[in-house]
Design a protein around this ligand. Sequence first.
Ligand code: TXA
Ligand code: MG
Length: 317
Amino acid sequence: MNTRSHILPATAQNYARAADVLAGGGLVALPTETVYGLAGDARNDAAVARIYAVKGRPAHNPLIAHVLSVGQAGDLARLCPLAEATAARFWPGPVTLVLPRKNGEGLSPLAGAGRDTIALRCPKAPWTDSFARSGFHGPLFMPSANRSGRVSPTTAAHVAADLGDAVDMIIDGGPCPIGLESTVVKIAHGRGTVLRPGAVTLDDLRAFDPRFSNAPMGDDIVAPGMLKSHYAPKAAVRLNVTQPKAGEAHLGFGTCYAAPGLNLSPSGDLAEAATHLFDYLRRLDTVDTIAVAPIPDHGIGRAINDRLGRAAAEREA
Ligand code: TXA
Ligand code: MG
């Protein structure tokens, strides 16, 4: 079995081939600034059904529609003035906006999971322009290119390890520069609520406009995909560990690191730690337990701790 032949470098020519595959209803794994995504034509029911099947994703968990240009968002959702301004400020970039959906655009209903909202993101990735030049204008439904509930992929090799031949093409654009999924923000009634923390932090959003806040604890406005156990390696995960036990691998941060294991950032840089998080969780996933050093809970550290908390959460049998 030749599992490597469909991994292609990120060249203009290969992006044009990827656009053809997508237009023909195929699935392509694409690099973005956050993590690798598993893309399919948002108007093609069969392609969207295959995304759910390949990921093993529960049907109640809706997908993010990725637009190739900021202007395309208005075709798919109703943008209030706050949504318009937020998109203008942060797109293309690692922010997803959950907005009231417009109907009649021919998007596959499967990906909406019966909701009256739609999540939209305009990623900062070279293929948006390449696809448009090839005559494929999207939009794309594109979840992270991992098996549902597992660690998100930040390299083409991660995608190949998880999904292999189940995807028609993988474009290798190197490691993702951010390494954590986009910040998901719901905008309704002139207010913004962070449903999933990411590289664009609540402080960043509030500095732009004070009408942003975190979802209150226990609030039912959460992203349906934010299950307690998620991002999980096979190993058990133990948090806030300064001294790992014998047999554990340490995932260190800054000066808190005791080999054997890997240090997310010896210099204590949270952005660097984010780029390594998912890769190192995968690399250390040969032991029974990964013991994780305390990570400062500010800036992108909030998003790192969010993912680690879910990786450590009790799993369903
Ligand atoms: O950075 C990212 O956002 C990556 C890259 C590939 O773009 N994509 C990604 O997609 O992380 P996914 O499907 O793995 O995560 C999307 C999250 C899920 O938690 C899902 O439940 C939530 O967004 N979501 C999607 N549609 C929603 C909606 N209408 N309302 C609330 N949450 C929604
Ligand atoms: Mg995901």
